[in-house]
Design a protein around this ligand. Structure first.
Ligand SMILES: Nc1ncnc2c1ncn2[C@@H]1O[C@H](COP(=O)(O)OP(=O)(O)OP(=O)(O)O)[C@@H](O)[C@H]1O
Length: 581
């Protein structure tokens, strides 16, 4: 979401020759121009000026522009302009915006709300509604049913669910615009089935002629094969990115730190953050991406005792209320460290993030681009660091399109003995159950990477065991549920410790409460597919059902698999997953 004042410096846009919004007076309703002015948006960013220069504001379009360059306003303006200049029946959805995550849906809705906040009495009110998983379904649906939701911002899982209601479908009969934000994500194998399901429930494009708009910072060639579901064949293609440029923002210096072993991640992260905070002239606002929800929770807990900065934590294992509150608080904070999974990897606009750290492999090259894009937004500066183990260092070599250089102070960071001692000390205070979960999730997460890491299963277990014993300071190898080990395809691999079948482990306590909530958990997982969390569907990202797809899913599925007697046991096929490229 944009902050109350414009974040692009007028001088930098002016210096770049950006046209002013005043220059499109005839094209945009004066009410919209008034809103832009109140939002402090005097000049257009390149993507905004290109979209407003389309042959028609109602043209179907595919738009690619770098992260943090104002795509949200670029797609909202044509959609709201149409709303202001056409008549619509009360209670109908005119603009539908689909977003891969709940947090992003809320952010888009908030930006839309600011654009339609017209002076009182000027025009019929334009209501902005949201529909996303984890929110109180009944009350949101009631509000939607009885309201006049001209703009609806939704995640696919919850919208699909709404559309099952017979009285909800007709509310889309007059739909004018369908927007896919993060379009490549919305049309990838993970989301496409839901998007197609939704499209079948909506009025057919050919008959009703709604406008389709697809926006993203990354548009892999594969996406173009499925665009016809949403766009006319003569759609307008817009890109503000030169094919020869790196896909990340040119102003973000990008570095890598290669650590000898997985267990070195904790002290390296601590030493890096301490060094960066010390050398930063302004306040430090940092996002650190971890590979699984439980590893993110462990990082956050570790840092809570070690760094005099406010610690934030965001992943799909937290309730939606906590997620929303954390998002808002981090947005408002002038400093702090956010530990997160890919739940906030795309689209999220936290002002003034000075540093993005990726602790471990991103899912693919596009994920790297989007994560780095959480910094240096709206013309600001920022830095990015990726920390990989020796075995994972291939990622930098095969992704030469990114200007990643070795971190200049790598040696100091790796040799920081005080950080080693501080981590070892702090780890002793951390709940062993949290470490056990992080260990188990790590195994599941890394399992599909065995080949790339040139490891066999015993080597993988050994690596995870060292992480637990030497990195997390566990007294012994943490036990893992037999079924989960089976599902990971690690049955019989030496080095694993099986948890006892009976007894009162927290896994079993968790299992019974999860079992009681199977449906809501499933819904939660489905709506978190930005992070690959989908319990049942085979996708290019996620591998076969029961395999451990990616970051958050590793945790989510490990929890889920524990509650399904009869599904585990046998040696699973080696999970397939898209290897980071
Ligand atoms: N014309 C403008 N003038 C000033 N600030 C702007 C302008 N347009 C957008 N912004 C601000 O720039 C920031 C980034 O915009 P936005 O979140 O839309 O970027 P994005 O391109 O969608 O990024 P991502 O690819 O990460 O989703 C926001 O805070 C937004 O309010």
């Amino acid at each position: 979401m944009a902050s109350a004042t414009a974040l692009f410096s007028t001088t930098s846009l002016k210096a770049a020759g950006a046209p002013s919004y005043a220059s499109v007076e005839g094209k945009l309703d004066p009410l919209l121009l008034g809103s832009l002015q109140r939002m402090g948006m005097e000049l257009m960013t390149p993507v905004q000026s290109k979209v407003l220069a389309m042959p028609s504001l109602t043209s179907d379009c595919l738009v690619q522009a770098k992260t943090g360059t104002g795509k949200t306003v670029a797609f909202l303006l044509p959609a709201i302009q149409k709303l202001l200049t056409t008549t619509r029946r009360n209670g109908q959805v005119a603009v539908l915006i689909l977003s891969p995550t709940r947090e992003l849906a809320l952010q888009i809705a908030s930006e839309a709300q600011r654009l339609v906040e017209f002076p009182p009495g000027r025009k019929r009110e334009i209501q902005v509604h949201t529909a996303f998983g984890g929110s109180a379904r009944a009350s949101y649906l009631n509000k939607f049913r009885n309201g006049d939701p001209a703009i609806l911002v939704a995640t696919p899982g919850r919208l699909k669910d709404y559309l099952e209601e017979a009285d909800v479908r007709p509310k889309f009969d007059d739909m004018q615009t369908l927007i896919l934000d993060e379009a490549d994500r919305m049309l990838d194998a993970g989301f496409l089935p839901d998007v197609l399901h939704i499209l079948r429930a909506l009025p057919a494009k050919r008959q009703s002629g709604w406008q389709g708009m697809c926006f993203s910072a990354t548009v892999p060639p594969k996406v173009k094969e499925v665009l016809s579901h949403v766009l006319d064949k003569n759609y307008t293609s817009i890109s503000t990115i030169d094919a020869s440029e790196p896909p990340t923002l040119e102003k973000v210096p990008q570095f890598s730190i290669i650590i000898p072993q997985a267990q070195d991640i904790f002290n390296t992260l601590l030493a890096l953050v301490q060094f960066e905070v010390k050398s930063c002239k302004e306040e430090s606002k940092i996002i650190i991406f971890g590979v699984t929800a439980n590893s993110v929770a462990l990082f956050a807990e570790l840092f809570r005792g070690l760094i005099p900065l406010r610690i934030f934590e965001l992943h799909s294992r937290l309730s939606q209320n906590v997620r929303t509150r954390t998002t808002d608080e981090f947005r408002e904070a002038s400093s702090g460290i956010m530990f997160a999974t890919d739940v906030i990897g795309r689209g999220m606009d936290f002002p003034d993030v000075s540093l993005v750290v990726q602790a471990g492999l991103p899912m693919d090259a596009d994920s790297y681009t989007h994560r780095v894009g959480r910094t240096a937004r709206a013309g600001k500066d920022g830095r990015a660091v990726i920390i990989l183990t020796n075995a994972e260092a291939f990622y930098v070599k095969v992704n030469r399109q990114f200007p990643i250089k070795p971190y200049p102070k790598s040696e100091d960071i790796l040799g920081d003995v005080q950080a080693v001692a501080a981590v070892a000390n702090r780890m002793q205070d951390i709940d062993p159950d949290l470490k056990r979960k992080a260990y188990s999730a790590y195994l599941g997460f890394m399992r599909p990477f065995e080949k790339k890491l040139q490891l066999d299963s015993a080597g993988l277990v050994q690596m995870a065991n060292s992480l637990a014993l030497k990195g997390m300071g566990c007294a012994e190898v943490p036990p893992v549920d037999k079924k989960i080990i089976g599902k990971m395809g690690l049955k019989g691999v030496p080095g694993l410790v099986y948890s006892k079948p009976s007894g009162n482990t927290s896994d079993q306590r968790g299992t019974s409460s999860r079992a009681a909530n199977t449906n809501s958990t499933k819904r939660e997982l489905e709506d978190d597919r930005d992070s690959g969390a989908h319990p049942t569907r085979r996708t290019a990202h996620q591998g076969p059902p029961g395999s451990l797809g990616n970051w958050d899913k590793a945790d989510a599925d490990l929890g889920r698999l524990g509650q399904q007697p009869g599904r585990g046991g046998g040696r699973a096929k080696t999970p397939k997953r898209r290897v980071p490229n």
